[in-house]
Design a protein around this ligand. Structure first.
Ligand code: GLU
Length: 485
């Protein structure tokens, strides 16, 4: 009987989680859900100088926001905890000591300067860089001499001759010659563990069966496998590896701050829906097997298999993400749309959140739902309905003050004043018959001036609907005010 799948997402949050992290988390989660397995979330915070509580909390919050729920990990607990590596230091110290005792590892007393000199010589001789094994076989006298110089040893893993092979579920057979995998540090002189020790120990102790993670970690795999060996783990109990392709920017370089927006917090602030982000990221390197672009979380869980992950790099395409987000926004009910939009309007200080304001927002949302790709566009679009001190944008001013515009505004005022029934239909009929039919103006010229006078900008939601929402009194007083400019 095959083992129940357990997949883990194990970020080291040294900042906000980025697109690559989340794509990994999403695939981990989807694979766990697809197989009916367990999704484990572990925080790799052994580098306490770079991983802060703030970033850890933000990572937890981001996963929750995206709907990537975990079965074991921070907040939910589980039988293999704690799930913060900083709370597991004794476990790593135990294994480092055991490896020394078994002679799988040794204390290395080389100073940073000496190591740099070795690297320098290797560069000059054009040989592969890496530790030269200097401290592998120290005598007890040599050790005492180093100690008396005040040197403290780091724990270094002994890499045996030969190589490591494993089958990567995405890349197939992988082989690493140990000539290129030098002895590596497991723990610092103060006893604190390094990534390779902590990650390998935890994957084994937490009974992880599948490691799906970014391609950048591929080269660390033989070192992790070496730790499993030293722990005495049977080969059939090693986790299976699958290294996901890089996410590239539009310029084909690895996606970074330089060539794209990488932080998920940025997308959240801009008003992307979590479902849209997940939908888009799911398609970065994976395909459901047909060319559909709309994938729900449920479908992702049903369809996700590692075999369908592509091994070549995926290219991040902001336009496609925006299109998916726009589609998902259009599919929202007005109540859902309202729920997502209100925080943006309140943050932008367009509204304070009174019942009256919310009612007006709700009536205005249908006219903008087709027009936006992200929620952060909403405040600018609806601001005209709420501003107390209405002013016309400076760069639109000239278009309402010339004599042609004045004629339009004068006539509009005259036609609109007698309207008893103030609806977008009556407003449109009145303005069309007077400005277009009688005055023979082009709609762009005629309605452009009215739009600027009533909304303050050349860009607004549909004009007649906007005027209906604004109300007769405010619309007319704004047109009169524009006429007086
Ligand atoms: N903590 C590592 C990182 O964020 C990833 C660990 C792993 O997936 O093996 O880079």
């Amino acid at each position: 009987m095959s083992k129940k799948v357990k997949v883990r997402f194990a970020p080291s949050p040294t900042g906000d989680l980025h697109v690559g992290n989340i794509r990994t988390a999403l695939f981990d989660w989807a694979y766990a859900r697809h197989t009916g397995g367990t999704f484990l979330f572990r925080i790799e915070d052994t580098d306490t100088t770079r991983v802060t509580d703030e970033y850890i909390n933000a990572a937890i919050d981001t996963l929750k926001w995206l709907g990537l729920d975990w079965d074991e990990g921070p907040e939910v607990g589980g039988e293999n905890g704690p799930y913060l590596q900083s709370k597991r230091l004794e476990i790593y110290a135990h294994w480092a000591a055991k490896f020394i005792e078994q002679k799988d590892a040794y204390f290395c007393y080389c100073s940073p300067e000496e190591l740099e000199a070795v690297r320098e010589a290797q560069r000059a001789a054009n040989v592969a860089p890496g530790y030269n094994g200097h401290c592998r076989e120290l005598s007890s006298d040599q050790v005492s001499a180093f100690k008396s110089e005040g040197r403290a040893g780091v724990v270094r893993m002994r890499m045996p001759e030969g190589g490591t092979t494993f089958t990567d579920l995405i890349r197939g057979e992988m082989a690493f010659d140990h000539k290129f995998v030098p002895d590596f540090v497991l723990a610092r002189a103060d006893g604190s563990p390094l990534y390779t020790l902590a990650v390998a120990v935890d994957d084994i102790l937490m009974k992880v069966t599948h490691v799906l993670r970014g391609e950048d970690l591929l080269s660390s795999t033989p070192r992790q496998i070496r730790v499993y060996q030293a722990m005495g783990v049977a080969i059939e109990d090693y986790p299976v590896f699958a290294h996901l392709p890089f996410v590239m920017g539009a310029d084909n370089a690895k996606l970074s701050k330089r060539n794209g927006e990488v932080s998920i917090a940025w997308y959240r602030e801009k008003g992307f829906l979590p479902e849209a982000i997940c939908n888009y990221l799911a398609l970065l390197g994976w395909s459901p097997g047909d060319d559909r672009e709309n994938v729900t979380m449920k479908e992702l869980c049903e369809l996700f298999t590692v075999e369908k992950v592509n091994s070549s790099p995926a290219r991040f395409d902001m336009k496609k993400l925006e299109a998916i987000n726009g589609d998902k926004i259009r599919a929202l009910t007005i109540d859902e749309f309202l729920k997502w939009t209100l925080p943006f309007l309140i943050k932008a200080k367009v509204i304070t959140g009174t019942a009256e304001e919310i009612d007006l927002v709700k009536r205005a949302l249908p006219i903008i739902q087709e027009r936006i790709v992200m929620f952060s566009e909403v405040p600018a679009m609806l601001k005209f309905l709420f501003v107390k001190d209405f002013v016309i944008e400076a760069d639109s001013l000239a278009k309402v003050t010339d004599s042609a515009a004045k004629d339009v505004l004068k006539r509009s005022l005259k036609e609109l004043e007698p309207l008893v029934d103030w609806t977008h239909e009556t407003i449109e009929a009145a303005l069309r018959s007077s400005l277009i039919e009688d005055m023979g103006l082009k709609p762009r010229i005629a309605f452009g001036a009215v739009r600027i006078a009533t909304t303050g900008s050349t860009i607004s939601p549909p004009l007649f609907e906007s005027m209906e929402l604004l109300g007769k009194e405010a619309s007319l007083s704004r047109i009169s005010a524009a006429l007086a400019l």
